[in-house]
Structures are given as structure tokens and as C-alpha cells.
Design a protein around this ligand. Sequence first.
Ligand code: FAD
Length: 399
Amino acid sequence: MTKKFLHSIPIFSLMGKRILILGAGFGGLAAATELRKNLSLDHRVIIVDRKKSFMMGLVKLWVLEGSRNLQESLTPLDGLNAKRIEYLNDEVTKIEIAQSRVQARDHGWIEYDYLIVALGAELAPDRIAGFVGRGYNLYDAQQVPKLRDRLLQLERGKVAIAIMGMPYKCPPAPYEASLIIDSMLSRQGTRNNIEIDIYAPAPIAMPVAGPQVSANVVEIISQRGISFHSSHKLKSVTDDTLEFENGSKADYDVLVGIPPHRVPEVVRSAGLIAAEGNSNWVAIDRNTMKTRFKNVFAVGDVTEIKVGAMALPKAGIFAEEQAKVAARQIIDEISGRPAVAAFAGQGYCFMEMGNGRAGYLEADFFNPAGPAVRLEAPSEQNFQKKQDFERIRVKEWLL
Ligand SMILES: Cc1cc2nc3c(=O)[nH]c(=O)nc-3n(C[C@H](O)[C@H](O)[C@H](O)COP(=O)(O)OP(=O)(O)OC[C@H]3O[C@@H](n4cnc5c(N)ncnc54)[C@H](O)[C@@H]3O)c2cc1C
């Protein structure tokens, strides 16, 4: 399979460069699209992912809310081939930077001239004793429909939403989920008999967004009768009780968890995490997305960019912007032009409030006076923009 694939290319393409992208998520797809749009077909753009389809993380909240069906939200990745991006449905098993090659389970060794690592963050729900089998993982697409069914069956009791580790993808997502669950239960007529509690490990709701936005978020959820418990890091779960590291306990009927995240093992064993420093993620130049290895870039959730005491949040909008910068760096280098593209640390997202409304969060993390984040009041227009956000990207990347 590998040999056939690698030898089926026309001879002239051997003069071109081979750019290998690991991961066809938010970052990988944005990088592949930018490269293919700007490089001639002499240059190969190859992307590897163990998944056969793509779905944006934010769609999980629409599946929870019931406005989207999981199966209809998956877009096949083999649409990439029609765009002259070579998609390999395979598992990356080894990255050998010294040899400029990557091993994939079925395709064997794949050599590269440039590598973009966009393998994202792995979920580790097993790190919380007793969670697996008792709690619903909000970030696992397969579990969200089951969570929805369970919530709709609940007539009275307690729904606990626990952020089980930091950092986690999309800091507003647990709060968005709480507001969506509130509106679902209200429509169901059971909300008055059901408590909703959010347990977070940090002293404020979204440390990365700062105290003001965190206070705004707590005010929004409080107005909807949702209780926020700061400095409550979940330690263990039994059939009816949550135990926290601060010694307190709480009972629950339905547990919704945002699991701890970790860097994929294949990335760690490649030596992409600097031995010095105290990060568990891939360190990159914050402007160019270059790792400390020549011709190796990393983008998105697999990376960490420190901004003061904080790190840039793990979010698709940043993965996308970083991917475009990495791609432009490679395009300029191949084209013999000085590389000028730089990541600006700016991004935005739409914070869902349920009932077809969303707020707008805008952030400038490289602001010289310190990270600046603001939250705009919810509106139906913002919710429409969130839907467009997904539709436009899926169309550009895959259809
Ligand atoms: C509920 C929820 C809501 C969200 N809402 C938003 C939002 O509103 N706005 C926003 O900007 N972001 C949002 N996000 C965050 C966003 O989804 C992520 O930050 C983004 O997907 C990160 O992109 P990435 O390319 O780094 O990683 P990913 O998109 O996770 O892609 C990584 C890819 O690598 C593949 N992979 C991993 N390991 C291997 C391997 N060994 N072999 C082969 N393939 C492998 C995976 O299959 C995956 O496709 C949300 C996330 C969630 C869960």
C-alpha cells in the first residue's frame, strides 16, 4: 500500500518538496488548505489522521442541545483527495526527527521535507478515580447523545458539571454546556426540580480570560440558577458522591465531566517537549510556530505558548491561525521569499447561552499591556455567526 502510494507520483514531483501534516483536525486542515492553495502540484501535501471524518468540537454542544445529529455532522476526510491533498487514514506511531520521517501503522515510514505536528490534545478521563463508567465525558462525541437522553429522562435531582483538569480545550465550553442544559430542562418542564452545579479547579471561572470576564460568566450562569463552585478539583467519584481535593463532598445524579488533557504519547516520545522548562506541551516560537528542530512546526492544542503566568487557551481559532502562519512560513521558504507571516495571538469565539443566543468573546493575548479579553452581550446574530463559522470552514477545507 505504502510503496504503491509513494511511487504512483509523476517523476517531476520528485523535484518538489514533501510537506507532511500530522492530524486532520482544526489546525491540520487549515494548514493543508493554505499550503495547497499556494504551492504548485510539484509539491506534495500529505495529511495523516486516524479518523475518517471531521467534526468541529463546538458541534458537540449542538448535539447536546438537540439541534444537530451526530452522524449528519461528520464530514468525510477523503474529500481532501479531490483538493489534491493526499489524505492517509492511518495511526501515527513514531516521529523520528533526526531521520526526517514518520511511521504510520499501515503506510510504514513516510519521509518529509517539512513537518507540521497538529495532533491536538488527548483526553484522559481515567486519571480521575471512578469517573469512567459513572460520568459522561462532554468532550467525547459518542457520549454526548447518551448524555442528552439521560438528561431528558431525569425528573428531579442534581446535575454536576466538573472541570477535571487544566488546561482544557475551549475554556467557555463547560459554562456553555450548563446554559444549554438549563434551557433543555426548562423546555422539558423539569428544571425547577433539578439543580445544576459547576465545579472548577481554579479560583475563578476562566483564569485565562481574567477576573472581569470570569465574574461576568459567573453572573450570567447565576442568573439562570446555576451554582459555581471554585477551587473544587475533582479527586474521585462513587455511585452517588463526588469527592474533591479540598476535602469537600457533593452528591449528584448525573455527572458531566471535562476530562484532564494530555499531550499524545507519540509526540512526547519524539522529544518534541523540551527537557528544560516545566511544560508538558510542545514549545514553539510564538510568532513562527517553529519548534527547536529545523523544518518542524507544531500548531494548536498540542502546543503551549506562555503569556505571563498563563498559557494561550486551547481553541480552534488559535489552531487555525497558527496553522496558516506555519503554512505561510513554509510557502515563503520554498518560494525563496523572506518569511514574514507571524501569529498575532488574537482570536475570538461565540459563547453559547442556549435558546439560540450567543455572546461574543474577543481576545488579544499578545497585547503589550497584558492579555485583553472582553465579552459582548448575547444575541441571536452571534449565534448565527457561530453557525456560519462552522459551515464556512467545513466547506473550504473538505467540500
Ligand atoms: C465542546 C467543545 C467546544 C469547542 N468550541 C470551540 C469554539 O467555539 N471555538 C474554538 O475556537 N474552539 C472550540 N473548541 C476547541 C477546538 O475544538 C480545539 O481547540 C481544536 O480542535 C484544536 O485543533 P487541533 O488541530 O490542535 O487539534 P484537533 O482538532 O483535536 O485535531 C487533532 C487530530 O489529530 C488526530 N490524531 C491524534 N493522534 C493521532 C495519531 N497518533 N495518529 C493519527 N491521528 C491522530 C485526531 O484524530 C484529530 O483529528 C471546542 C472544543 C470542544 C470539545
